[in-house]
Design a protein around this ligand. Structure first.
Ligand code: SAH
Ligand code: SF4
Length: 373
């Protein structure tokens, strides 16, 4: 082989090792069996990761040295790099992380969240990302503005919890998949992450305290309904007619309202649990009274609850939230139809807490050529 070729080949990345944070306990046990290791070692390993929170195989001091070395050869032990942490007056904190390949993602910690998803109001909620960017391009959303780069793997989702708990010193007991990305477009990794987050040997967050949010991927909603998971589902509806949804959410042209609501019917019938509708209020776009009446009809059909969220301004976009009075009027109409609905008194508004915004800002800053800042 010539030296020139050797140089080229060394540039080819070896196939990545699976991350230990994306493996189930029984998969780790299966690997150990192939190595003629004692079965109880698997539990020791997950205890080191999820209870004692070590950051390397090396630190697993009650494992034999050669096993630690073999594990490090077989599995990656990744740790997210924290790039920025922003905290607001009401203590909502936003974390920007860099992944191994340089991509940026963000998570938000909301220490005492209002009881939006049926949980107690003193729960500490984390909002996690599932993709780098988003391919769905909703017109109002910062995550979609920059297109889609890639799916996160299960490990990168699980690690957002580990990193935020470590940085904040707080235990998270509520998880919402409402950060950057469309969770149901990254189905396998999201379901795997949910299982690890929920597992008694993992992060032990109750399934009913894990909520997946989707912009309306009807076939995947049906698929999720068939999974033996008790996590909750939130639908980003944002419009009660095709006319409104078509304008702001391109996904509606693929799966229209009827298709989406039928998938929700199926989900509700399989899971015997309540669905949540998320409805951002955007001035002059979806805040007409007629929309409130129609939304109430959809919610009644499904026994769904409605969370109204005043739109959070995104730099570079022209949308804005309606007046407080209009927001309250929308809520009153829903309640007049006996729908259980809340209006979010937005937390974290001052730190760009809506999904994708911090990443976009940082990315733009990093991409700005020197001298142009
Ligand atoms: N892709 C999924 C989950 C991530 S978005 C989804 O769309 O459901 C999480 C929630 O944040 C969605 O309801 C989304 O519509 C909402 N959102 C996006 N941009 C927002 C903004 N600027 N202000 C308020 N909510 C926003
Ligand atoms: Fe993607 Fe959700 Fe943002 Fe739409 S609202 S662009 S689906 S992250």
């Amino acid at each position: 082989m010539t030296s020139r070729w050797r140089g080229v080949i060394s540039l080819v990345k070896p196939p990545g090792k699976p991350s230990i944070h994306s493996r189930y306990l029984d998969e780790i046990a299966g690997y150990l069996a192939t190595q003629n290791q004692k079965p109880y070692r698997a539990k020791q390993i997950v205890d080191w990761i999820y209870e004692k929170r070590v950051t390397s195989f090396k630190a697993m001091s009650d494992l034999p040295q050669d096993l630690r070395m073999r594990l490090a050869e077989e599995f990656a032990f990744d740790n997210l790099e924290t790039v920025r942490v922003l905290g607001s007056a009401d203590t909502t904190r936003k974390f920007l992380f860099r992944l191994g390949d340089g991509n940026l993602i963000e998570s938000v910690l909301i220490p005492a969240s209002p009881a939006l998803y049926g949980e107690r109001s003193d729960r500490r909620t984390i909002c996690v990302s599932t993709q780098v960017g988003c391919a769905y391009g909703c017109k109002f959303c910062a995550s979609g503005l920059d297109g889609f780069s890639r799916n996160l793997n299960a490990s990168e989702i699980v690690q957002q919890l580990l990193a935020v708990e470590k940085a904040s010193g707080e235990r998270i007991d509520n998880v919402v998949f409402m950060g950057m990305g469309e969770p149901l477009a990254n189905f396998e990794n999201v379901v795997r992450a949910i299982r690890i987050i929920n597992a008694p040997w993992g992060l032990e967050v109750g399934a009913r305290h894990i909520t997946v949010s989707t912009s309306g991927l009807a076939p995947q909603i049906r698929k999720l309904a068939d999974e033996p998971l008790q996590s909750r589902l939130a639908i980003s509806l944002h419009g009660a007619t095709d006319e409104v949804r078509d304008k702001i959410m391109p996904v509606n042209r693929k799966y229209n309202l009827n298709t989406l609501l039928s998938a929700c019917d199926y989900y509700a019938s399989r899971k015997k649990q309540r669905i949540y509708f998320e409805y951002i209020l955007i001035a002059g776009v979806n805040d007409h009274e007629e929309q409130a009446h129609l939304l109430a009809g959809h919610a009644r059909r499904l026994g769904a609850r409605v969370n109204l969220i005043p739109y959070n301004k995104v730099e570079g976009l022209d949308w804005s939230r309606p007046s407080r009075e209009k927001q309250e009027r929308f809520l009153t109409i829903l309640r007049g139809h006996s729908i259980v609905a809340t209006l979010r008194r937005e937390k974290g508004h001052d730190i760009d807490a809506a999904c994708g915004q911090l990443r976009l800002q940082t990315k733009r800053r990093e991409e700005t050529p020197a001298g142009k800042i």
